[in-house]
Design a protein around this ligand. Structure first.
Ligand SMILES: Nc1ccn([C@@H]2O[C@H](COP(=O)(O)OP(=O)(O)OP(=O)(O)O)[C@@H](O)[C@H]2O)c(=O)n1
Ligand SMILES: C[C@](O)(CO)[C@H](O)COP(=O)(O)O
Length: 235
């Protein structure tokens, strides 16, 4: 059944989904690879659409698959589909252009984090509404982290107590995200990184194990397992 978005909601969610999935291996664009019989993108959009306050969802799709993605998602939720770019940053920029001026809160959420729960979307949006200009969900780093040189010789051990692993959805005041993308010169691996360059504050909220990024083949195996047990988990 098609989910109805909230016409009075204040949130637009941009879903960059145009990546090739090189690290996952052959099999087509990653967002269209199957998890539990459905494309990753379908899982991601279904969860985003279930979150309170979401008025608009914009997908940055592989350019050759724009019509296919629109058809694929029509039964899931009302979405806008735009062609993505050569890297994540340009895909997010393309999706951002489709957001109307009266939307206050913009979230950016990887299709590759297909199982991120609606509750996480809501908590990030709520933190932006609460006055934070930029909000990222994070988890503690659980491995010991070493710095190495070009020859893979260890230079030292990093203090992990001040490190966080960063997830999506990342949330922003719309004007701040537009300014950050307009000012970005270098390539950034996430949107908060561009906001940091502006000297603006970025705050952290608790992330979710379910928001893991499906990057390598093992992640798909783990995600299949999480999907099976999802009903019993809310983290
Ligand atoms: N040109 C690109 C590259 C990435 N993405 C999206 O950004 C998210 C995070 O990127 P990542 O997990 O690195 O996906 P890929 O780029 O597909 O992976 P890889 O680097 O292994 O090719 C994904 O949802 C991906 O579809 C995008 O919209 N446009
Ligand atoms: C945005 C992101 O998911 C936050 O962890 C991550 O930076 C994307 O990185 P990738 O190298 O494009 O997978």
């Amino acid at each position: 059944m098609t989910a109805h978005l909230d016409p009075r909601g204040d949130v637009a969610v941009l879903v960059p989904a145009a990546g090739a999935g090189v690290r996952l291996g052959p099999g087509g664009p990653k967002a269209l690879r199957l998890l539990g019989g459905e494309p990753l993108l379908v899982h991601a959009v279904r969860r985003v659409a279930a979150a309170r306050g979401v008025r608009q969802i914009v997908i940055a799709a592989p350019p050759a698959d724009v019509a296919f993605v629109a058809e694929l998602l029509a039964p899931i939720a009302e979405v806008t589909v735009v062609p993505g770019g050569a890297d994540r940053q340009s895909s997010v920029s393309a999706a951002l252009s489709a957001v109307p001026v009266d939307v206050d809160v913009v979230l950016v959420h990887d299709a590759a984090r297909a199982l991120a729960p609606a509750a996480l979307v809501e908590s990030v949006a709520e933190a932006v509404r609460g006055g934070a200009g930029a909000v990222i969900p994070v988890l503690p780093v659980v491995d010991t982290i070493k710095e190495v040189d070009a020859a893979e010789t260890v230079l030292g051990t990093v203090d992990r107590s001040t490190l966080r692993a960063v997830q999506t959805p990342q949330g922003f005041r719309r004007d701040l995200l537009i300014a950050a993308h307009a000012a970005a010169i270098a390539a950034h691996t996430d949107d908060a990184g561009m906001v940091e360059k502006l000297g603006e504050r970025v705050i952290c909220v608790p992330g979710s194990d379910l928001a893991m990024k499906i990057t390598r083949p093992i992640d798909l195996v783990l995600a299949e397992h999480l999907l099976t047990h999802e009903a019993g988990s809310s983290t």
